[in-house]
Design a protein around this ligand. Structure first.
Ligand code: ADP
Ligand code: MG
Length: 160
């Protein structure tokens, strides 16, 4: 497992990290987002959507669970499993078709479908940091070598 940390000082910085990452993604990529309510998971997803060329507004799919965006150069499937919690696996939402499909999956509260997740996913954990309300630590961790050049390029792009 390799881990890299980024610091975001404000919403714009989180959106930019997301957008830079979005530009580096390929079909089949799966990204899990971990962090408390209000950590910035949906904000980061908005940035990823921008980077994929999606102009439509992205909001949290808490009630729909999975939202599809087809406007970019790769489809984005945005999951938010918060509302289903431990019962997420009881629902037949076709998770695997998304996870092994033709787009990018970004999954909030992915722990509820942990056993379905591919080994080569990119895990992103967002935590509050410091005394400033808008400061976040964004941690990237992964097992697959696929992500190393991407995260290194992201660090260069973000000037870290
Ligand atoms: P989550 O999806 O993790 O519940 P959201 O992205 O919906 O979180 O909300 C994050 C909240 O925190 C928003 O109100 C956003 O304006 C605020 N915020 C403040 N600073 C940051 C930051 N650096 N990165 C992301 N969000 C931030
Ligand atoms: Mg959210």
């Amino acid at each position: 497992m390799q881990t890299y940390k980024f610091i975001s000082n404000n919403i714009e910085s989180t959106l930019l990290i997301g957008s830079d990452l979005g530009q580096l993604l390929q079909r089949g990529d799966v990204i899990t987002l971990t962090g408390d309510l209000g950590a910035g998971k949906t904000t980061l997803t908005k940035g990823i959507a921008q980077g994929l060329g999606i102009n439509a507004p992205v909001s949290s799919p808490t009630f729909t669970i999975i939202k599809e965006y087809q406007q970019g150069h790769i489809p984005l499937y945005h999951f938010d499993l918060y509302r289903l919690g431990e019962s997420a696996l009881d629902e037949d939402l076709g998770y695997e078709e998304y996870l092994y499909g033709d787009g990018v999956c970004v999954i909030e509260w992915s722990q509820f479908i942990a056993e379905l997740l591919p080994e080569d996913c990119l895990n992103i954990t967002i935590n509050h940091r410091g005394s400033e309300e808008s400061e976040r630590e964004i941690q990237f961790s992964f097992k697959s070598q696929r992500w190393e050049p991407i995260i290194k390029e992201l660090m260069n792009k973000c000037g870290i």
